[in-house]
Design a protein around this ligand. Structure first.
Ligand SMILES: Nc1ncnc2c1ncn2[C@@H]1O[C@H](COP(=O)(O)OP(=O)(O)OP(=O)(O)O)[C@@H](O)[C@H]1O
Length: 644
C-alpha cells in the first residue's frame, strides 16, 4: 500500500498524476472519485495505512472532513487559469469567475499581465453556495463562467457558457512534492513520538506533564503505579484532582523550578522535581518527575557495592550453626531475638568459637538481610591501613591514593551490617572515630570534608574481656557502653560436651565427601580423646583436625593414636620440638616455659613448611590468622620465613 494516495475528481487529472509520479519515481496510488465517493474512498485508504492524500477542490475539502490525515489540495495555478481564460475568450463576452479568496486574489496580477478584467465573486469556502455566486456574476453581466467542475456545471444550468479550470502538470507536480514533504515530516514526528513514548514508558521515574491550565497531558506507567490512577482517566483532568500532593500546578504561577522535594503519594515517599515549560519566557506547562525513595536507596546501594567491586554478603544462617548443647542453644535463642532489632551487638567468645558465624546469621535473620554484610578484622591490619579501610579516602588524600578516592567499609555497609571482629585490638584513636560514626550516623573519608550519612548496624566481637580492658584504660569506656547494648556469649567448644562429636562427625563427612572417600568412624577411644581435648582453637581447630584425619586415614575406623597425631599431640622426634612426653616428665614448675617453647617451635616449623604463608600456617595450626598474628607479635622473634 502506497503511503501517498491521489484521488482525482476527473480522469484527466488522474492521467497527469500518473505521468508526474513516474517522473518523480514516486510510489503513488491513483484513484478517480468525486465528492462523497472520494471521501468514502479516503476513509478506506486511511484504514489501510495511507498517510497523505492528494486531491482537488470540493473533493479535497470533503476528504479533509472525513479523515484524520493530512490532505494536500492541488492548487489552482496561474497557468491553469490562463488556459481556461483563452478557451473562454473564444465564446466572446465578459468572463466571470467565482472561487475561494486565494484564487480571486491571485487574479489581480493576471489581469494586469493580460490587460483584461474578470468579473469576480469570492466564495467564503469550498462549501459556499455556488448558485449564489453564479447568479451574482450573471447579474453583473458575465456571459462565460470559468471555474472548477461544480461551478462550470451550475453555470450551464443558468444558460451561461462555461470552461472548467483543469490542473496542469506544474500544479500536480507542486502538489505531489508537497505531499512528499508532508509524509517526511509526518514520519519524523511519528519517530519522535515513539521515542518519547518509549522514554516515558521505560523511565524509572514517575512523569507527569501539565498544560497551561494545570490539566494532565502526560502520565507515564510509573505515575500510574504510584498514584493508582490509569493514564486514560488521569489525562485531561486537573492535577489537583489526581495527585493533590504533587503541588505542581503552583509552578504555573511561580515559574520557578523546585528540585528534590520530599512528598508522600499514597503510602509512598517520593522525591519530586518540578520544572516549568517555558516558551518565549512564558510558562505554558509543568513537568514533574517522581522517584520512589526506597528504590532510589536500593539503587544507590547497588551502585555503592558495584563500585567497590566486592560482594559483601553474609553466608551463614542459624541453620548452619550446629550444636545441641544447652549453652549453644541458649546463644542461638538470644541471637535470634537480637536479629529482630537494630541495636549494636557485642559477641564475646574464644577464637574459632563461631562469633563470625553468629554475626552472619543475625544479619540474615533481620530486616537488613537484603543489605550488605561487611566483615572486617580489626586485628589483621596496621592502624593506618585499617583506618583507610573503614573510612575510605578522598582522591589525593595521600601519595598513592586511588583516583576518585575509595569508599570505606562503613560506606559499603550502608543499609546493612558491619561486623567489627577483634574490636578489642583497635587503637584508641580509631576507637574514637568509630564511636563518632555510631553516635552521628555519618562518616567523613580521609582527606575529605564532605559528610556522608550512613545507616549501618554494628556487630562487634572480641575474645578479650572488654570490661577489664576498660578498667585498665586499654579500651574506651564510652565506646564500650555504646557497643555493649546486646550481649552474646559464645561458649567455648570444651564446654559444649557432645557437640564436639556431633561437629567432628559433620566435618569428617564433609571432607571425606570432598575427597570422594568413605567417611571413617571414630573408635570409642578416639571419641574420648576428642572429648578430653581442651580445644583452644575451638571449632576452627576441630574442623582443621578433621580435615587432617580425612586426608591421612584410609581405613574405615579412626583410632585414638590417629586423633592424637592429628591434634599435634604426638610430634615426630626429628622435628626437634618436645612432644607431650617431654612436657609430661613432672617438671611442673617449668610447664609454662615448656608449653611456650613447644608453641614457638610448632609455629616456627609450620610457618617454614608453609613457605612463610601465614594464612596457610594458621590453617595448619588450627588457629585463626589473628591468633597467629598476635603470637608472632608477642614473640617478635620469629620472622616471616619462620627463622628465629
Ligand atoms: N556451630 C557451628 N557449626 C558449624 N560450624 C561452625 C560452628 N561454629 C563455628 N563453625 C566453623 O568454625 C570456623 C570458625 O568460626 P568463626 O570464624 O565464626 O569463629 P570466630 O569466633 O569468629 O573466630 P575468630 O575469633 O578467630 O575470628 C568456621 O569455619 C565456621 O564455619
Amino acid at each position: 500500500m502506497a503511503e501517498i494516495a491521489f484521488i482525482a475528481p476527473y480522469e484527466d487529472l488522474a492521467h497527469i498524476a500518473r505521468q508526474v509520479s513516474l517522473e518523480l519515481g514516486l510510489d503513488l496510488s491513483i484513484h478517480v472519485a468525486r465528492v462523497e465517493e472520494g471521501a468514502n474512498l479516503a476513509r478506506d485508504l486511511a484504514r489501510n495505512g495511507c498517510q497523505v492524500i492528494v486531491s482537488r477542490g470540493v473533493t479535497a475539502w470533503l476528504i479533509e472532513q472525513a479523515v484524520d490525515l493530512p490532505v494536500v489540495d492541488v492548487p489552482i495555478g496561474g497557468y491553469d487559469i490562463l488556459r481556461a481564460y483563452y478557451q473562454a475568450k473564444q465564446f466572446g463576452g465578459p468572463i466571470g469567475i467565482a472561487d475561494v479568496p486565494d484564487v480571486i486574489q491571485g487574479l489581480e496580477s493576471l489581469e494586469t499581465i493580460l490587460g483584461d478584467t474578470f468579473l469576480k465573486y469570492t466564495l467564503k469556502n469550498q462549501d459556499d453556495d455556488i448558485r449564489r455566486g453564479i447568479m451574482a456574476l450573471k447579474e453583473a453581466g458575465a456571459e462565460v463562467i470559468i471555474g472548477k467542475i461544480a461551478m462550470a456545471r451550475e453555470a450551464r444550468n443558468f444558460g451561461l457558457n462555461s470552461v472548467i479550470i483543469t490542473s496542469g502538470k506544474e500544479t500536480v507536480y507542486q502538489a505531489l512534492k508537497e505531499a512528499q514533504r508532508v509524509l517526511q515530516v509526518r514520519q519524523q514526528e511519528k519517530r519522535r513520538a515513539e521515542q518519547f513514548k518509549a522514554i516515558l514508558d521505560f523511565a524509572y521515574d514517575g512523569i507527569i506533564a501539565l498544560d497551561e491550565e494545570g490539566r494532565i497531558t502526560v502520565f507515564n506507567p510509573v505515575a500510574e503505579k504510584l498514584s493508582g490512577w490509569r493514564a486514560e482517566e488521569a489525562i485531561g483532568r486537573p492535577v489537583t484532582e489526581v495527585i493533590p500532593a504533587a503541588q505542581c500546578h503552583i509552578l504555573l504561577k511561580t515559574g520557578k523550578p523546585e528540585l528534590g522535594e520530599l512528598l508522600d503519594i499514597g503510602n509512598t515517599r517520593v522525591v519530586a522535581n518540578r520544572v516549568p515549560i517555558l516558551v518565549d519566557g512564558r510558562t505554558v506547562g509543568v513537568v514533574t518527575t517522581f522517584q520512589n525513595i526506597s528504590s532510589l536507596q536500593s539503587l544507590e546501594h547497588k551502585v555503592r557495592r558495584r563500585l567497590a567491586g566486592r560482594g559483601h554478603v553474609a553466608k551463614y544462617t542459624f541453620a548452619d550453626i550446629l550444636g545441641e548443647s544447652p549453652s549453644l542453644k541458649e546463644a542461638v535463642r538470644l541471637a535470634r531475638e537480637y536479629a529482630a532489632v537494630q541495636s549494636t551487638v557485642l559477641i564475646h567468645g574464644e577464637t574459632g568459637s563461631g562469633k563470625e558465624m553468629f554475626a552472619h546469621a543475625i544479619h540474615l535473620a533481620g530486616p537488613r538481610q537484603n543489605g550488605p554484610f561487611v566483615a572486617v578484622n580489626c586485628a589483621a591490619l596496621p592502624e593506618n591501613l585499617l583506618e583507610s579501610e573503614l573510612f575510605g579516602y578522598a582522591e589525593g588524600a595521600f601519595t598513592g591514593a586511588r583516583k576518585g578516592g575509595k569508599p570505606g567499609l562503613f560506606e559499603l555497609a550502608h543499609e546493612g551490617t558491619i561486623f567489627l571482629d577483634e574490636i578489642g585490638e583497635m587503637s584508641p584513636r580509631l576507637q574514637a572515630r568509630v564511636l563518632r560514626v555510631l553516635e552521628e550516623g555519618e562518616i567523613m573519608r580521609l582527606g575529605d570534608d564532605r559528610i556522608i550519612p550512613v545507616n549501618v548496624r554494628v556487630i562487634a566481637a572480641t575474645h578479650r574481656n572488654l570490661a577489664q580492658m576498660v578498667k585498665e584504660q586499654a579500651f574506651r569506656e564510652d565506646l564500650y557502653y555504646r557497643i555493649n547494648v546486646l550481649n552474646l556469649e559464645i561458649p567455648p567448644l570444651r564446654e559444649r560436651g557432645a557437640d564436639v562429636l556431633l561437629l567432628a562427625g559433620h566435618f569428617l563427612q564433609e571432607f571425606c565427601r570432598q575427597l570422594q572417600r568413605p567417611a571413617g568412624n571414630l573408635t570409642p577411644e578416639a571419641a574420648r580423646e576428642l572429648l578430653q581435648y581442651q580445644w583452644p582453637g575451638n571449632i576452627r581447630e576441630l574442623r582443621n583436625c578433621m580435615e587432617r584425619l580425612a586426608l591421612r586415614c584410609h581405613g574405615t575406623t579412626i583410632n585414638a593414636a590417629e586423633v592424637r597425631q592429628a591434634l599435634g599431640l604426638v610430634i615426630a622426634p626429628e622435628s626437634g620440638v618436645p612432644g607431650e612426653g617431654a612436657a609430661g616428665e613432672g617438671r611442673i614448675e617449668r610447664l609454662a616455659g615448656q608449653v611456650s617453647t613447644l608453641e614457638r617451635g610448632l609455629i616456627k616449623r609450620v610457618l617454614a613448611e608453609a613457605g612463610g604463608n601465614k594464612a596457610e600456617a594458621a590453617r595448619r595450626l588450627g588457629v585463626s590468622r589473628t591468633t597467629l598474628w598476635r603470637k608472632l607479635k608477642e614473640e617478635n622473634k620469629i620472622d616471616k620465613t619462620g627463622k628465629a
